[in-house]
Unconditional design. Structure first.
Lengths: 310, 426
């Protein structure tokens, strides 16, 4: 039996050594091709972390990526623009990116688009931070965001391969073709809801106990970092088709209080009458179509231009 | 399903009842023997019914009484289903029945009997073992065996691949479609249903592989629970290959006692329907599961009436029979996956129309397609050309490379979102 144990331990040792080596080599190989992506969600993060040099930087979730027509804004403000908005993301994603950029670049204006319910706790927001896993150990702020994820993701990131978990499909899809730079991160979605019956009235969430303290902390830190870098900051909320403005929304109120308290400009178009109920501008209840995006971008651009020139 | 520490007392109580029932059934004869068996069965079924079906029965009684403007006097209770209840209840019942039938001597050692019911690798979701297979193994001293450890770990690794790389990966696509069925096209729903068939197969057989592998590492052999079910050429064959431990349980303790194949065709069909109705109910206290079970029974009856054999013939005929069987099984899975019967019917109607485009262009679709194709490739080789593996030399270097590849696949393609096994809810 003693001999059997020895054989088993030796075999396990060899296996472990092989797995660790292959993990490191394959991880490095993937890292190499990962950074060759020319478009897609990871390209935006890489651009933020490595080489953003635009004057106006836009951050947020799909309401940022689909609503801010970066090429149009460039034309209207005569400044370079890049849209770092990524679907389903939150302040937990925005702050590490802004902080990473400010470490090497000073833009003229940073625009952060936030939903009314941004400060509400949503577990998906943490799971979606997996977008940052390939950048583990790039800098401390990225690592601290990864540490917020559930299921010990920071521990799993000790595997080089795991950092690129589920990225191969993205790499294959985005390694060829035109660079995203042509659209400057803007990802319009077509269609309108004029022919759809029964759109939903967007109600305010009522659960008072689910403020996300991490998001509140990240918002404060973001504002502080941008102010410290002497960069102008504009927080926006893009138009919503049919928002029920009469209902109390504790998250919106909290957001407003924080922004007022810290003297941050807030452009709130969530209930703006030029958009409200105008189906021709919306592809669904909360997403503008290209016509809506252009109208919104035009109005936002004049505000941004005034801010930059002030 | 939940783990509530106090529920161990319930499990403990049924273990004590069954343990003593076994001893006294063996000692006694005649009516007393039968009474003891009934006491044991009532205790087990009673616990199962209370935790799993109380609210379901109450809701249905309430719905019926409402027609006459009456209210049920029984309150709805907040009950959490104890972990693995359906599985260890069936395993416990098979013990007392086998002792009663004289096929198994009663277990004298309480600890061994408790281990039989609570053997942790298969406690939560099977395979549902028989006392004749498992109890003798607990009486044998297990020596350190490097082969057992090696093959056990290998099977566990395969199980993790099935769960993390196939089932959970495919689930990303399926959940996306099924959770928004009203917005999906018929083609997307059809594809999601096909993918769900693979999701549930890999989810459950993946768990079984992990359970069997873990037991093997400890030196114990558990029964095979799946045998490439989607390569079955008939529905009867599918049920011989799917969740084998449950199918054989129902065969031995329900179908055969009801008369089995020795009765008239009419009664046999009735028996099949009863078995599959109960099998559906065993899966969950929801009408969707009952319909799923009954529909499977109905399809088996039709297959039996049409005298469709499970024999393989010409390759083309085999392919057609395999595909038809698979598609029929997919139809039944719609009821298993959909949240309500109305939703299931709505989905089936949309699938029949087969309109709209496929929801392509996202990673989930591509991944799901690739992993399912690779899975089926291995299944086909295992089924029809298992000798193909012999061309690969079986030495440590090759095995090392193979295991490393599996680990790489898990790390790169696995989904680590903490999702549970589907069958844990039963």
């Amino acid at each position: 039996m003693g001999n059997n144990y020895k054989v088993l331990l030796i075999k396990l040792f060899i296996m472990t050594a092989v797995i660790i080596s292959v993990d490191a080599v394959a991880g490095l190989g993937l890292k190499n091709i990962f950074y060759k992506q020319k478009k897609g969600k990871y390209y935006k993060v890489t651009h933020a972390i490595k080489n953003a040099k635009e004057d106006i930087l836009i951050f947020g979730n799909s309401h940022a990526s689909e609503h801010f027509d970066a090429p149009l804004m460039k034309k209207l403000t005569l400044n370079t623009v890049f849209n770092f908005g990524n679907q389903g993301q939150s302040l937990l994603y925005v702050y590490p990116l802004v902080k990473s950029i400010l470490a090497y670049h000073k833009p003229l204006l940073i625009i952060v688009n936030l939903d009314y319910d941004e400060l509400q706790f949503k577990s998906e927001a943490y799971e979606r931070l997996s977008i940052l896993l390939p950048y583990y150990h790039i800098n401390e702020v990225i690592d601290s965001a990864i540490a917020l994820m559930p299921y010990n993701e920071d521990l799993k990131c000790h595997s080089f391969l795991y950092r690129y978990n589920s990225t191969l499909g993205n790499i294959m899809l985005n390694i060829s073709g035109k660079k995203l730079i042509s659209n400057q991160g803007y990802e319009p979605i077509a269609g309108n809801i004029c022919r759809v019956n029964g759109t939903e009235k967007i109600e305010s969430p009522t659960n008072a106990s689910s403020f996300d303290q991490n998001k509140i902390k990240y918002l404060m830190m973001l504002i502080s970092a941008v102010h410290k870098a002497n960069v102008k900051l504009l927080i926006t909320t893009t138009p919503i088709y049919n928002y029920n403005a009469n209902q109390k929304n504790i998250y919106k109120e909290k957001l407003r209080r924080i922004l007022n308290g810290l003297n941050v400009k807030y452009l709130d178009y969530g209930t703006n009458n030029e958009f409200k109920g105008k189906c021709q501008y919306f592809s669904d209840d909360t997403h503008l179509n290209p016509d809506g995006a252009d109208k919104w971008t035009t109005q936002c651009s004049s505000y941004a231009k005034a801010m930059i020139n002030n | 399903m939940a783990f509530v520490p106090v529920y161990i007392l319930i499990l403990g109580a049924t273990i004590i009842i069954d343990y003593f029932a076994g001893l006294y059934i063996e000692k006694n004869v005649g009516v007393k023997r039968k009474t003891l068996l009934i006491v044991s069965l009532v205790a087990n079924i009673g616990v199962l019914c209370f935790f799993k079906y109380y609210n379901f029965i109450n809701e249905n009684i309430s719905a019926v009484l409402q027609n006459w403007h009456y209210k049920t006097p029984f309150p709805q209770l907040t009950i959490l289903l104890p972990i693995g209840l359906s599985f260890h209840t069936f395993q416990a019942m098979s013990y007392t029945v086998e002792v009663y039938r004289g096929n198994q001597p009663a277990e004298r050692k309480f600890g061994i009997y408790a281990l039989y019911v609570m053997f942790y690798p298969q406690l939560v979701a099977g395979p549902i073992e028989r006392p004749q297979r498992l109890l003798p193994q607990f009486h044998t001293k297990q020596a350190f065996n490097i082969e057992n450890i090696s093959s056990g770990l290998q099977q566990m690794l395969i199980g993790f691949i099935k769960k993390l790389v196939v089932a959970d990966r495919v689930a990303l696509f399926v959940d996306n479609i099924y959770d928004h069925s009203a917005l999906q096209s018929g083609k997307s729903l059809a594809l999601a249903t096909v993918f769900f068939a693979f999701q549930i197969y890999c989810d459950f057989s993946g768990y079984t592989d992990i359970a069997i592998g873990a037991a093997k590492v400890l030196g114990y052999d558990l029964m095979k629970n799946f045998n490439r079910p989607y390569l079955a050429v008939s529905l009867a064959q599918f049920w011989q290959r799917w969740h084998i431990s449950l199918s054989t349980w129902f065969r031995d303790y329900l179908y055969i006692p009801l008369g089995g194949n020795r009765v008239s065709n009419f009664r046999r069909y009735g028996n099949l329907l009863i078995v599959f109705f109960i099998s559906g109910l065993w899966h969950g206290a929801k009408w969707t599961f009952v319909i799923w079970g009954t529909l499977n029974g109905l399809l088996l009856v039709i297959e039996s009436m049409l005298n469709i054999s499970s024999k393989r013939g010409h390759w083309l005929k085999t392919i057609v029979k395999t595909l038809v069987t698979f598609l029929l099984i997919c139809v039944t899975w719609v009821f298993f996956r959909a949240p309500t019967i109305d939703n299931a019917i709505y989905i089936l109607m949309k699938i029949l129309k087969f309109d709209g485009g496929l929801m392509q262009g996202n990673d989930h679709y591509y991944y799901a397609f690739i992993v399912v194709t690779i899975l089926m490739l291995f299944e086909i080789i295992n089924e029809y050309k298992p000798t193909l593996y012999k061309i690969v030399p079986n030495n440590f270097a090759v095995r090392c490379a193979y295991y490393t590849l599996l680990v790489v696949i898990i790390l790169q393609f696995g989904v680590f979102d903490g999702s549970q096994f589907i069958y844990f809810q039963f």
